[in-house]
Design a protein. Structure first.
Length: 607
RNA sequence: CGGGGUGUAGCUCAGUCUGGCUUAGAGCGCUUGGUUCGGGACCAAGAGGUCGCAGGUUCGAAUCCUGUCACCCCGACCA
């Protein structure tokens, strides 16, 4: 490809709207152009990268035995009604409003395709003999993102590979899950990403295992907890820590502090932990944070028609130095909870917000959910259920129940930096920011049940299909690769997803000999199947070098009068710009050809 | 959806507070000619803007007022 005839609109200036490194570089290198919030054109260079990623994904999915198909972007709203997600995903579903054509009101742009594939399965997958099967597509998705950000990392329109597997038994799903997990490792390794698989939350759909594939970068929007020894990695939404040691009961090494009696302390206007601790002279870890939640009974997704909803009051307890994790709380409660409003709290506790405590509440609430680290506290402090008063000498089990119908003991807090790994190693956890690039998920029968997708087993019995789903964000692979591989001058592409593998740079394009040699190198490399870009523009050297660094093509061959006089051409690796190797033309061609193939093979062999 | 911010040339921005010295500017980029030519050159001459949009105030509005739209950042949200 001759640059002169190509289209690479690079810029020297940094666009003001871009903050993430990948965003800045994608704009500057002429990979993408923003058309609207969260909507991007992929310019030729960016499109080439995207196609390379797409090819890797397709090859590895095919190799893993998945079968490609293509579902529509326009999907009937009725299917989302069937699954119940037209109600639960209202913010995400882009609905056509039907103001021009009434039929359009019945359509939504697909944000994901569980419903669509399940409809397909319902129609065709009738027998256990057809199972298992894994169907996938690479297709545009549309989501009503409230706030697109960080360039291509979070958009309203994006390219996704989504695969769905169908099974007639759990072990079969487990096997395919592992198969997909391995395929994802190959895909990300081949793409040159420093990825990480972490345990993920299974969300509102419950279900079994789920892993997310992450790339660590401050531009990401997920938090992950990683143990120092590497034996544990989980999304912060789900991460847990080693359980607390049981309360010292007087035996053992340190004699237990004697249990004190509850004592009210006047703590005017000190409703927050950081306000009340100095007054009580206690550290936050001796405090019990009492949070009042409201939930609705009988609610369920998937359009279940349960008994009429009833408001439930749920009290959650965590230690004063801990943050509650509402996902964990919801799971422990078996409900979707929301923090109660001040009126509800005051009515329940008889005190203003900030002075709630667990004592004496059990008969007036529907559920008490106690973090396991609260249960082992001794002589703790909490609100007194009396405005401007706290209580010290609060003891779990004595002053509020640790067991009973309404009591749930669970891990409901967010892990913190330095907490011990739950694996037993005790290795400290570190919290990091990351971007999610892939997700594998055991769905179970949620959608097959909701949509009535059943097969007949060997006994002729109708059973819901057991499903798994597996997604990869292709645009995010590009952005994550740039986040992981760049320097001050520009992008440093991994060979496998670089728009071109080799850049031939003719420094004196008006010199016949330079052009003859450079053209020859370009042509021979192209003939050898190398993706080669030839910078034949009549520009000054510095200008072209800056562009070359910016667009980040891994290998560069510089042809100039100077190099020819010195006996050849210069070969450099984008990663090590200082290391220039002067080689005769034929040797340079052989060298980069071999280097490209070796690099691709290395990436393909990585895990 | 809450809070904050920004809309002036393809890009980065000045001018807005204090309305009139601007016939709307600068740098980058673009066009033409010339000089340069191994790390984003220089000289000269050009092209390019209904100052986001709609009302209003005023003799006069990029500038003041009202409304509206778009975009960005923080938060909420994100199976």
């Amino acid at each position: 490809m001759h640059w002169r005839n190509y289209f690479i609109p690079t810029t020297k200036e940094t666009p003001k709207d871009a903050t993430a490194a990948s965003h800045v570089l994608m704009l500057r290198a002429g990979l993408v152009r923003q058309l609207a919030a969260g909507v991007y054109t992929y310019l030729p260079l960016g499109f080439r990268c995207l196609r390379k990623v797409e090819r890797i994904v397709r090859e590895e999915m095919d190799r893993a035995g998945a079968i490609e198909l293509r579902m529509p972007c326009l999907t009937p709203l009725s299917l989302w009604d069937e699954s119940g997600r037209s109600r639960t995903m209202t913010d995400v579903l882009l609905r056509l409003d039907g103001s021009v054509w009434d039929w359009a009101a019945g359509l939504v742009l697909g944000p994901t395709h569980e419903e669509i594939i399940t409809e397909l399965a319902r129609a065709y997958l009738k027998s256990y003999k057809q199972l298992p099967i894994n169907l996938y597509q690479i297709q545009l998705k549309f989501r009503g993102e409230a706030r697109p950000k960080s360039g291509v990392l979070r958009t309203r329109e994006f390219l996704m590979k989504d695969a769905y597997s169908f099974h007639d038994n759990k072990p079969s799903l487990d096997k395919e899950y592992d198969n997909m997990y391995a395929a994802y490792c190959r895909i990300f390794a081949r793409s040159g990403l420093p990825y990480l698989a972490v345990e993920a939350d299974t969300g509102a759909m419950g279900g079994d295992a789920s892993h997310e594939f992450m790339v660590l970068t401050d531009a990401g929007e997920d938090r992950v907890a990683l143990s120092e020894s590497g034996d544990y990695a989980a999304n912060l939404e789900r991460a847990t820590t080693a359980p607390p040691k049981p309360a010292p009961a007087g035996e053992g090494e340190a004699p237990a502090e004697p249990l004190r009696s509850p004592t009210e302390v006047h703590t005017p206007n000190a409703g927050r932990i950081d306000e009340v601790c100095p007054v009580l002279g206690l550290p936050p870890r001796q405090m019990i944070k009492t949070l009042i939640y409201a939930g609705t009974a009988g609610q369920a997704d998937a359009g279940a028609k349960g008994p009429p909803p009833r408001k439930l009051r749920v009290v959650a307890l965590v230690r004063g130095d801990h943050e509650i994790n509402e996902l964990k709380l919801n799971r422990a409660a078996g409900l979707t909870l929301e923090l109660a409003d001040p009126e509800t709290i005051e009515a329940l506790t008889g005190a203003k917000v900030g002075f709630a405590g667990p004592q004496g509440l059990i008969d007036r609430i529907d559920k008490l959910i106690i973090d396991r680290e609260v249960a082992v506290l001794r002589n703790a402090a909490s609100g007194a259920n009396k405005t401007d008063y706290h209580v010290t000498g609060v003891n779990p089990g004595r002053d509020f129940p640790l067991a009973g119908d309404k009591v749930v003991m669970a891990d409901i807090r967010t892990v913190a930096e330095g907490d011990p790994s739950p694996t037993g190693s005790g290795s400290p956890l570190h919290l990091r920011t990351a971007i999610e690039i892939g997700h594998v998920f055991k769905l179970g029968t949620k959608y097959s049940t909701a949509l009535g997708a059943v097969y007949l087993d060997q006994n002729g019995k109708a059973c819901p299909l057991i499903m798994g789903c597996y997604g990869i964000g292709l645009n995010r692979i590009l952005a994550a690769a740039i986040e992981a591989h760049h320097d001050d001058a520009g992008i440093i592409w991994p060979m496998s997803i670089a728009p071109f593998e080799v850049l031939v740079l003719a420094l004196d394009p008006r010199d016949e000999e330079v052009m003859r040699v450079a053209t020859q190198i370009h042509d021979e490399l192209a003939a050898a199947g190398i993706d080669v870009l030839f910078d034949d523009r009549d520009e000054r050297a510095g200008f072209k070098f800056k562009d070359a660094d910016l667009i980040g093509i891994p290998l560069r061959i510089v042809v100039g009068k100077k190099s020819l006089t010195a006996g050849g051409v210069e070969v450099t690796d984008r990663r090590t710009p200082a290391d220039k190797q002067l080689k005769p033309v034929a040797a340079a061609i052989a060298h980069v050809t071999q280097h490209v193939r070796a690099e691709l093979a290395k990436l393909a062999a990585a895990k």
